[in-house]
Design a protein around this ligand. Structure first.
Ligand code: PLP
Length: 471
């Protein structure tokens, strides 16, 4: 590796063309005097972000509390998207911070293979108690992406141990987002996330997405039109034969591609077709889990129980990375048949059920329960819907859709410049003290579940002003 890193002198020369804006300039702190501890904006490769544009005008958050962020220049931003759909109990909750600190002092890490620690079991039991139906086992991961890979692998292994090893095919859905690892981008349906990488999992096919403005524009809750789109699964089964299909994976409500609410009856149909053909149904609940729709999970909300359910984000309120896959009893039991000394699933992460993540998650679940936050989200979903749909008629708004404490506001794209209009709205909102999330030309709102009615009005009031100000 020697020589792989350039010397400090070289690196400053190489960085001559880099933006000169330093973090110190952003934070008013004195720049580090140490030549080896450079603190400029160049080294960090910011994810899912146009780096050159960002580094020319960086947006840096310094603090967070409850519903607000504070930028490095002291400006406050109301958080309209619960971080990245993860801070469901609001930011910097003392109970969670205290639990993490106490755990870090008591035991920082416990070997995760052939050993474990009590909080892992405590958390698994709590989750099994919360999850619907017989989704009563959990495999822990560290992110949504890892949860997806884990679920796909469990599905393959499940069929194999039952003597149906020919079931290796996955069915995803167009406009699905299942994280960024190879399984996830293969079953996912976001073109931009796939085309740069080329090499996908073999044998994946996709259902059509359910988004249709002609039939469903300005729907409130589940649109009436579109259940028949689930019939495409029957066609794919006919095409590929059920004996080749391991699992279907969908987000019960697609979040990242702009809040696509499932049509009435759609998920029920998917469930029935999967049952008919022995195909596992995986719900990716990384966004929808932990109260986002006003129920513990979307599976509860829609009354459709998958065989495997991925989760992450809200499980630990975003405070420590954590994820997991909830597994139905029948699936788990199928693995528990071989000799007792044999590893049943050759899979796991160094940080599966990390003690800090478990401590954060347990404290998070306590808050959700004590403050009845999922019910609160359900109670607020009516006023939320009214406030969202009041944007109808504002410039360039071509659709508004909502469910639980989620809203999608779709804008007409500028000819030849897709995404730029929503990005300008994002910047205008920030000027006015609101952080929103945009994906293409769709604004996706999903505040922490502690949002007050006044803050709901503030969110949509600022957004309305921003929409009026952007051509
Ligand atoms: N699955 C869904 C439905 C998601 O929305 C996300 C992230 O937004 C992921 C998976 C990936 O999660 P992570 O970014 O934690 O890997």
């Amino acid at each position: 590796m020697s020589g792989a890193k350039t010397s400090t002198a070289d690196s400053s020369k190489n960085r001559d063309k880099s933006p000169k804006k330093t973090i110190a300039a952003q934070t008013q702190r004195a720049p580090s005097q140490s030549a080896t501890a450079r603190n400029d904006l160049e080294a960090y490769w910011v994810p899912f972000t146009p780096n050159r544009q960002f580094k020319a005008a960086p947006r840096l958050i310094a603090k967070a509390k409850d519903m607000h962020y504070e930028m490095t220049d002291g400006r406050k931003l109301l958080d309209g998207s619960a971080g990245l759909w993860c801070v469901n109990a609001g930011h910097c909750r003392d109970e969670i911070a205290d639990a993490i600190a106490a755990q870090a002092h008591e035991m920082d890490y416990a070997t995760a293979f052939q050993m474990s620690h009590p909080k892992a079991f405590e958390l698994a039991s709590r989750l099994a108690g919360m999850a619907p139906g017989d989704l009563d086992h959990v495999f822990f991961t560290n992110s949504g992406s890892e949860s997806v890979e884990t679920a796909l692998k469990i599905a393959l292994a499940y069929h194999k141990i039952r003597g149906e090893g020919s079931r290796t095919r996955f069915i995803g859905r167009e406009r699905g987002y299942h994280g960024v690892n190879f399984g996830g981008i293969s079953v996912g349906g976001i073109v931009g996330n796939r085309k740069q990488f080329g090499n996908m999992l073999n044998g994946v096919d996709h259902l059509p997405h359910t988004h249709n403005l002609e039939h469903n524009a300005f729907s409130r809750g589940q649109p009436a039109w579109g259940a028949h789109l689930a019939d495409a699964l029957e066609s794919l089964v006919t095409l590929h034969d059920a004996s080749t299909i391991a699992a279907v994976i969908v987000e019960p409500m697609a979040g990242s591609t702009g809040v696509l609410v499932p049509p009435q009856g759609y998920l029920e149909k998917l469930r029935a077709i999967c049952d008919k053909h022995g195909i596992l149904l995986i719900f990716d609940e990384v966004i929808t889990g932990f109260g986002r729709l006003g129920a513990s999970f979307a599976a509860d909300y829609f009354g459709v129980i998958p065989d495997l359910m991925t989760m992450a984000k809200g499980i630990s309120n975003g405070a420590v990375p954590m994820g997991g896959v909830m597994v139905r009893k029948g699936v788990y039991d199928a693995f528990m048949n071989g000799p007792e000394g044999t590893i049943e699933l050759f899979h796991g992460y160094t940080y599966s059920a990390h003690p800090l993540a478990c401590a954060a998650a347990l404290a998070t679940l306590d808050i959700y329960e004590r403050d009845n936050l999922f019910q609160r989200a359900a109670d607020l979903s009516g006023p939320w819907e009214e406030a969202a749909h009041a944007l109808r008629g504002l410039p360039n708004v071509i659709d508004i859709r909502n469910i639980g404490l989620v809203a999608g506001i779709e804008l007409a794209p500028r000819p030849g410049a897709p995404g730029t209009r929503a990005f300008d709205v994002f910047l205008e909102c920030q000027k006015r003290g609101l952080l929103i999330r945009v994906t293409g030309d769709i604004i996706a709102l999903s505040p922490p579940l502690i949002v007050s009615q006044a803050q709901i009005e503030e969110i949509f009031g600022i957004l309305a002003e921003a929409l009026r100000s952007v051509a």
